[in-house]
Ligand binder design. Structure first.
Ligand code: HEC
Length: 226
């Protein structure tokens, strides 16, 4: 005989089992993402990425959770240099404690694109660096001049890196997009470089502690005959 409790457990287990199946959202094949080989400990790459962001993305997208002076400090710039790098669209009127905003107003954006360009502060967390890296390298222009993106069907964002892509060799373009994605990864978690560095300090400390403890153990047991 089955008790009520057993029945409930069985029901719960079977529903969990059903839930564990992957949900097929559509029949479209899942696109393969290219690997973005980024490292937020590479400050020179972050600086290059920040400059590309300021030049090519900030006109439409904000990074509203990141302050200019915070980014400047983490990227090895003074606050004033940070303002120069991030706020040039405002004719140098920005302040170091400003967040990184776009000068595009919502109304104009809506009229031009039909959708608002989203804030990109947390984009690297949302989509992952591989997705953004693949997305930015998946734009095409066909013979009729129509722009499309292999990863994002019907995307409202224009082919903003077209000029850069034409100017650079394929390897140099990939590297530039890599720097840009690296900066977006940093922007999504400004404490990440510190967190990673801290990890190495802790490992170094543990290695030192292990050596000292081992030497101490040898000292204690030196005169003890087995
Ligand atoms: C001319 C305006 C404009 C510029 C410049 C621009 N974007 Fe966009 N971007 C958009 C719009 C509009 C969308 C929304 C697309 C949609 O939903 O179809 C978008 C969407 C995106 C998305 C996808 C967001 C998501 O998860 O759905 C990413 C990532 C992105 N942009 C990154 C960038 C980067 C990086 C740059 C700089 C190289 C950049 N954009 C420059 C207008 C722009």
């Amino acid at each position: 005989m089955m008790t009520g409790f057993m029945k409930h457990s069985l029901l719960l287990l079977s529903s969990l089992w059903v839930l564990s199946f992957p949900v097929a959202a559509s029949d479209a094949p899942v696109p393969k993402l290219d690997k973005a080989k980024t490292s937020v400990l590479d400050t020179a790459s972050l600086q290059r990425g920040a400059d590309i962001y300021a030049q090519y993305c900030m006109g439409c997208h904000s990074l509203k959770y990141l302050r200019v002076n915070r980014a400047a400090r983490d990227l090895g710039w003074t606050a004033e240099e940070g303002v120069l790098h991030f706020q040039y669209l405002r004719d140098g009127k920005g302040k170091p404690h400003d967040t990184i905003l776009t000068t595009l107003d919502a109304k104009t954006a809506k009229a031009a694109f039909g959708v608002l360009p989203p804030d990109l502060s947390l984009e690297a967390r949302l989509r992952g660096t591989d997705w953004i890296y693949t997305f930015l390298r998946s734009y095409e222009r066909d013979a009729q001049g129509k722009v499309s993106n292999r990863l994002f069907e019907g995307v409202a964002m224009p082919y903003v890196l077209e000029g850069m892509q034409k100017e650079l060799s394929p390897a140099a373009f990939d590297a530039a997009v890599g720097d840009l994605v690296n900066f977006m990864d940093y922007a999504a978690e400004p404490a990440k470089p510190i967190r990673l560095m801290l990890g190495w300090w802790v490992l170094g400390f543990l290695a030192l502690l292990f050596t000292l403890t081992y030497l101490l153990k040898k000292e204690f047991w030196r005169d003890i005959k087995h």
